[in-house]
Design a protein around this ligand. Structure first.
Ligand code: HEC
Length: 125
């Protein structure tokens, strides 16, 4: 009786170990493909979007808002704008600017993905 329990325990423990091994094998792959150089999986999609967004910003926004959003001849500085507007708010501003001075680039020049990416970048300034 005792030996049968022990066998069960060993079998269960083996399955548990296999399960853990499978998990720990998969997890690093997901992190590596999503965000090289960081071990925080949650940050990965935002970081990828932001780096794509930086290129969009340079092409579509920097003429007014300055390189890196430091402020330009027409547009205000966007440094720390995340303290005022969260990501959803910036997406909304880019999609539907509140004044005529800021051009409506969506959807003619910017796709919804472009807007999401450039807004993610703006949130890093
Ligand atoms: C033709 C110039 C111009 C371009 C191009 C432009 N903006 Fe603007 N933007 C402005 C002006 C002017 C304002 C301030 C008035 C307003 O809110 O409409 C502004 C305001 C903003 C604000 C709100 C700032 C605040 O402090 O509340 C955000 C965010 C923003 N722009 C992001 C962007 C992004 C991202 C792009 C590129 C996709 C972009 N803008 C392109 C002129 C521009």
């Amino acid at each position: 009786m005792i030996s049968r329990v022990s066998v069960c325990t060993i079998v269960l423990a083996s399955f548990a170990a296999l399960g853990l091994a499978a998990c720990s094998h998969r997890a690093p792959q997901a992190v590596t493909s999503a965000a090289p150089g960081t071990d925080d999986a949650a940050v990965a999609p935002a970081a990828a979007a932001a780096s794509r967004g930086a290129r969009i910003f340079a092409a579509q926004c920097a003429a007014c808002h300055g390189a890196g959003g430091s402020g330009g001849p027409i547009g205000p500085s966007l440094r720390d704008v995340r303290k005022k507007h969260d990501l959803a708010a910036v997406v909304e501003i880019v999609k539907n600017p509140s004044t005529a001075t800021m051009p409506k680039l969506f959807p003619a020049q910017l796709s919804a993905q472009d807007v999401a990416d450039v807004s993610a970048y703006v949130e890093t300034l």
